[in-house]
Design a protein around this ligand. Structure first.
Ligand code: TXA
Ligand code: MG
Length: 321
C-alpha cells in the first residue's frame, strides 16, 4: 500500500472512533480521536494502562491548542514556538470538552505537535487532535519501529502505519505550566539546557517521589523483562559469573570477553545516535534470554540526560547483587 493511501485509511479508522498505531519522531504512538471516549478507552485496554495515567494530545497546527487548552502562559508559548513540531509536550489547563478519560480525570492536559510528516498528515486528515500514548504494553520498552509495535501489540491492533525508524528515539520532554513556576515532568527528546535557556530554570520532582500526576515518573518504567543494572561493578559481574550477561555499551566497550552479547549505542559517542538506538538495542538484548543486562552510564548532558533517565527506570528492579 502506498504511504498516502495508508495514512488515509488510518484517518478513516480514527474518524469512525477506532484507533491505530502511527509513527512520530520520538516513538510510535497508539492514537484515537481525542473527542472519542470509546476509542480512547480501547487504547487503555490494549495497553493494559492504568486509568490514572493521562495521554498526550497530538495536534498538527498551532491554532489547535485552543481547542484543547484554555490558558497559554508566555513561557509555554515561547517553548511551543521553538520546539514545535518536535519532541516537547506542554501541560496546560484543559478545556471542558476534552473527555476525562484522556486526562485521567486531571484538570490539565499534555499537548504536543509531532514532527513526523505521517503523524501530521494523519491528524490533519482525522480532523481532530489525536490522543496517544506510546504503542507499548504499560511499563515495557517504547517501540521505535513498526515491527516492534507489531511484535508486542500486533494481534490487538487493526492498523499499524509504518513510517520507518523514529529519528529521535526517546519520548517527548514533558513540561507543566499549571503551577507558578514551570515544572519538568519527564526528560526527553527536547534538551533541558535549551528549554531552560528559553523558559528559565524548571522545578524538578526527584525520581524517588512517585507522582500520580506524572506516571512517566514512576521509578520502574520503560523496562525490559530481563533484570538490568546500570554501571555494574566487577563485584556485580562476578556474582553473575558463568551466566549469560549482555552489555549495553555507549561506545566500543573496553572489555568484551565476559559478555554473551554487546549492543553499542553509538561508536562515535554521538548522543543523538545513542538516543535513536536505545529502545531497539534494549529490545534486542531482551530477546536473548539473558540472565542480566548491564548498561554503561552515558554522559548526562543534552540528550544524555533522557537516556540516563530511561536506563535508571529500566534498571529499577530492586534486585540486589
Ligand atoms: O514522545 C511522546 O511523548 C510519545 C509519542 C507517541 O508522542 N508519547 C508518549 O506518551 O510517550 P505516554 O503516554 O507513553 O506518556 C505520556 C506521559 C504520561 O505518562 C505522563 O507522565 C505525562 O505524559 N502526562 C500526560 N498528560 C499529563 C498531565 N495532564 N499532567 C501531567 N503529566 C501528563
Ligand atoms: Mg509510554
Amino acid at each position: 500500500m502506498k504511504d498516502d493511501q495508508a495514512v488515509f485509511q488510518a484517518a478513516e479508522i480514527i474518524k469512525r472512533g477506532g484507533f491505530v498505531a502511527f509513527p512520530t519522531e520520538t516513538v510510535y504512538g497508539l492514537g484515537a480521536d481525542v473527542f472519542s471516549p470509546l476509542g480512547v478507552a480501547r487504547i487503555f485496554e490494549v495497553k493494559k494502562r492504568p486509568s490514572f495515567d493521562p495521554l498526550i494530545v497530538h495536534i498538527s497546527k498551532h491554532p489547535d491548542v485552543e481547542r484543547i487548552a484554555i490558558e497559554v502562559p508566555l513561557n509555554a508559548q515561547r517553548l511551543m514556538n521553538r520546539f514545535w513540531p518536535g519532541p516537547l509536550s506542554v501541560v496546560l489547563l484543559k478545556r471542558e470538552e476534552v473527555p476525562d478519560i484522556v486526562t485521567a480525570g486531571l484538570p490539565t492536559v499534555a499537548l504536543r505537535m509531532p514532527k513526523h510528516p505521517m503523524a501530521l498528515r494523519l491528524i490533519e486528515l482525522a480532523g481532530n487532535p489525536i490522543a496517544a500514548p506510546s504503542a507499548n504494553p504499560f511499563g515495557y520498552l517504547s517501540p521505535t519501529t513498526a515491527e516492534a509495535v507489531q511484535e508486542q501489540l500486533g494481534d490487538q491492533i487493526d492498523f499499524i502505519l509504518d513510517g520507518g525508524p523514529c529519528a529521535v528515539g526517546v519520548e517527548s520532554t514533558v513540561v507543566s505550566f499549571v503551577e507558578r513556576r514551570p515544572r519538568l515532568l519527564r526528560l526527553g527528546g527536547a534538551v533541558l539546557e535549551e528549554i531552560e535557556s528559553i523558559a528559565g530554570p524548571l522545578e524538578v520532582t526527584p525520581i524517588e517521589e512517585k507522582s500520580p500526576s506524572a506516571p512517566g515518573m514512576l521509578p520502574r518504567h520503560y523496562a525490559p523483562r530481563t533484570p538490568m543494572i546500570l554501571n555494574g561493578s566487577t563485584k556485580d559481574l562476578d556474582a553473575y559469573r558463568s551466566q549469560k550477561i549482555g552489555l549495553l555499551a555507549f561506545r566500543e566497550p573496553k572489555e568484551s570477553q565476559r559478555f554473551y552479547h554487546i549492543e553499542v549505542l553509538s561508536k562515535t559517542g554521538d548522543l543523538r545516535e545513542a538516543a535513536a538506538s536505545l529502545f531497539a538495542a534494549l529490545r534486542r538484548l531482551d530477546t536473548l534470554n539473558l540472565d542480566l543486562i548491564v548498561a554503561e552510564p552515558i554522559p548526562e548532558i543534552g540528550l544524555g540526560r533522557a537516556i540516563m533517565d530511561r536506563l535508571r527506570r529500566a534498571s529499577h528492579t530492586g534486585i540486589t547483587l
